[in-house]
Design a binder for this molecule. Structure first.
Ligand SMILES: *[C@@H]1O[C@H](CO)[C@@H](O)[C@H](O)[C@H]1NC(C)=O
Ligand SMILES: [Cu+2]
Length: 143
């Protein structure tokens, strides 16, 4: 009986990491000012792997209404900032971020004082009915 309870406790302890998923996001695929995909819906503890595929970009949390440029370090609780990474054909840097909450987070690129952001380089993490990816993109294009 006691052995069974212990085994169950050990199994439960490893459950969260066993269930954590990874979300792959390409940064600048095909030389575009874009992330792909543009929306992801990670759970707490999931990871996001950003692969920098062209030019020199960042993935930085920013304000939904006034996205461009994102502030260095990112914005608010759950903020993150990959920093700038420059890619060449032979060198595609990878940055892994662990998601700490399920609040909506909106991501863009800090490069060129927000110029990439205003070209629509945008990613929504757990967008909501009130804060959609489409509206975030529209806000960036108009910023
Ligand atoms: C990438 O961009 C940042 C910000 O503009 C700049 O400081 C850095 O030197 C650039 N890196 C390369 C390798 O060009
Ligand atoms: Cu960029």
């Amino acid at each position: 009986m006691q052995f069974t309870a212990l085994a169950a406790a050990v199994a439960f302890a490893v459950l969260p990491s066993a269930l954590a998923a990874n979300w792959d996001v390409a940064v600048g695929p095909n030389n575009q000012f874009a992330y792909s995909p543009t929306t992801i819906t990670p759970a707490v503890g999931d990871t996001v792997t950003f692969t920098f595929m062209s030019r020199n970009h960042s993935a930085t949390t920013t304000d939904f209404n006034n996205p461009c440029p994102p502030p260095p370090g990112g914005l608010g609780p759950g903020a993150f900032d990959t920093g700038f990474h420059s890619a060449t054909t032979g060198d595609q840097p990878v940055v892994v971020v662990t998601i700490e909450d399920t609040d909506p987070h909106f991501v863009s690129c800090m490069q060129a004082a927000g110029a990439h952001c205003r070209l629509g380089m945008t990613l929504a993490i757990n967008p909501t009915a009130d804060q959609t990816y489409e509206q975030f993109l529209a806000n960036a294009l108009a910023d």
